[in-house]
Structure formats: C-alpha cells, structure tokens
Design a protein around this ligand. Structure first.
Ligand code: COA
Length: 251
C-alpha cells in the first residue's frame, strides 16, 4: 500500500486519490505501482463499474517526480512502474472519470488522454513541458493529442510546453466540462455514478469500440515514446533542465 495513493470502493466506483500534497502530488515509483494495482483490482472486481481518478480540488499532480527523472538519467531509462501505469491506463476496459483541479503537469495531462470523462476546475493548469525539459512526449500524447486537438494546436502545446488553462483544455478536447472548484469532486462523482448505473457490459463494449481503431497504433507508439524518452533522460539537454529545476530556489 502506498501512503501517497488512497483507494476506496463504494457504490460501484473505485476511487483513486493522489495524495502527496507537500510535493504537489508528484508521482514516485511507489505511487505508479499503487495506481496500477488499483486499476488492476478495479478491472477484476465485478462490483466496480467505473474508476474515478482525482487529487485534491486544488492539486491534481505535478507529474513525474523530477528527482526520479534526474536519477534515471544516470542510465536506468524510464522506470518500470511508470511504464506499468501507462500500460494499465491504456488497456483499462472500465471507464475512467477524472477530476482535475490545480496543476496537471506532464503525465498529469497525458493520463487524461486515456480517460473517458474529464472535469476541470477554472483554476486547473495543464502543461506538457517535455521539450523545455529536454525530454520527448510520453503517454501516447504524440499520437492522441493531434487526433484530439489537430496538428497545430498539439504542436503548440507539445513544442512550447507552456501552461494552459481549463478553457483551452476544453478547446483542445482534453476536458469535457469546467466545474467550480468547490463542486469539482462532487460533480465528477455524480458523473461516475451516472455511468456506473448503466448496463456495464454495454458501457464496456462502447468504450472498446471507441478505442479499437487506434488500439494497436497506440500500443506501438507508447512503446516507441518510452524508448525515446529513456534516451532523452540521459541527454545533456535533459540533465541541464532537470538540474535547473532543483536549483531554482537556491539561486
Ligand atoms: N517532482 C519533484 N518535486 C516536485 C515536482 C516534481 N514534478 N513538482 C513540485 N515538486 C516539489 C517542489 O520541489 C517543492 O518541494 P520543496 O518544497 O521541497 O522545495 C514542492 O513540490 C512544491 O512545489 P513548488 O514548485 O514550490 O510549487 P509551485 O506552486 O510554485 O509550482 C509547479 C508548482 C507544479 C508549477 C512546479 O512545482 C513545477 O513546475 N514542477 C515541475 C513540474 C514538472 O516539470 N513535472 C514533470 C513533467 S515531465
């Protein structure tokens, strides 16, 4: 059990809460493992119809723990727990609802590309800073984002890597609806309950049909992204950018 991922199951919903607020819910290997296990458990549990993914109303996740990236640059490549989590979320057969408030950086944004219903608060800040960090797109974003948002908009988000707000995320097709922060978790839960009340087999088949046309291409692309990302972690560009993040408060 991870102390930074809280899971619970009630009313046909498996809830997965990221809870490492002192580090903006930055994701460690232990957290990826706990998230993967929660998805695997939910998939195997017939009483669960929907997976609900969230952080706190003012923080989703600052993405992969950058200290782990820095350590991985020493030659380890992309760590297995992160790969396992991306595989679990890519292949999940049950629908996933996400509630995003505050920061959703890196994998905090790319994991949303694998969810069915995504709600964000007006203050949500998304960001795909792979290029500024000397890295490369992950989580299937190099394939899924242009499909959702079109080439130019995907290129803008992935090349410049600047933060963007909830309305821009709606415009890009990443988010279904913007919900006041005070209602965010309740709204996402209500949506999850509504899906959970539907005939589960019909829901499962529909999700599968929606994803089938790109399933193989996505699997191949994500494997390719992981290989390239691993190479980039060891690059001088990435080492300089990651080092700068941890130096920023000292300077
Ligand atoms: N990995 C490791 N630690 C992280 C982190 C990350 N991805 N994101 C935030 N933290 C830590 C900070 O180092 C800080 O720790 P400290 O108090 O021990 O110094 C703490 O979380 C709070 O972060 P801080 O930067 O002070 O908060 P902020 O509100 O000013 O900024 C962010 C929030 C998310 C914009 C900023 O922390 C950030 O840019 N983080 C990096 C995001 C990133 O690049 N993720 C990887 C993408 S591939």
């Amino acid at each position: 059990m991870s102390t930074h991922v809280r899971t619970s199951t009630a009313e046909r919903i498996a809830s997965v809460e990221l809870h490492r607020p002192e580090k903006k819910n930055a994701l460690t290997g232990e957290m990826y493992l706990a998230m993967s296990e929660a998805i695997t458990r939910a998939e195997a549990d017939a009483s669960v119809h929907v997976i609900l993914l969230h952080g706190q109303p003012d923080c989703f996740t600052a993405g992969n723990d950058l200290a782990d990236f820095l350590a991985a640059g020493a030659g380890a490549g992309v760590a297995t727990p992160a790969i396992g989590f991306l595989s679990a979320i890519r292949t999940a057969r049950k629908p996933i609802v996400a509630a995003v408030g505050g920061v959703a950086v890196g994998i905090g944004t790319t994991m949303l590309l694998h969810c069915e219903l995504v709600y964000a608060s007006p203050g949500a800040r998304f960001q795909l800073p792979f290029v500024p960090l000397g890295l490369a797109p992950e989580g299937g974003s190099s394939l899924l984002l242009p499909m959702l948002a079109g080439h130019q908009r995907a290129a803008e988000l992935l090349l410049l890597g600047r933060p963007f707000g909830a309305e821009a995320a709606v415009a890009a097709g990443l988010v279904n609806e913007v919900v006041p922060e005070a209602r965010l978790l309740a709204h996402a839960r209500e949506a999850a309950l509504a899906v959970a009340a539907l005939p589960p087999e019909s829901v499962r088949i529909t999700k599968e049909l929606l994803k089938r046309p790109h399933a193989r291409a996505l699997e191949e692309r994500m494997a390719e992204e992981i290989r390239i990302f691993g190479e980039r972690l060891g690059s001088p560009e990435a080492k300089a950018a990651l080092g700068a993040f941890f130096q920023r408060k000292k300077g």
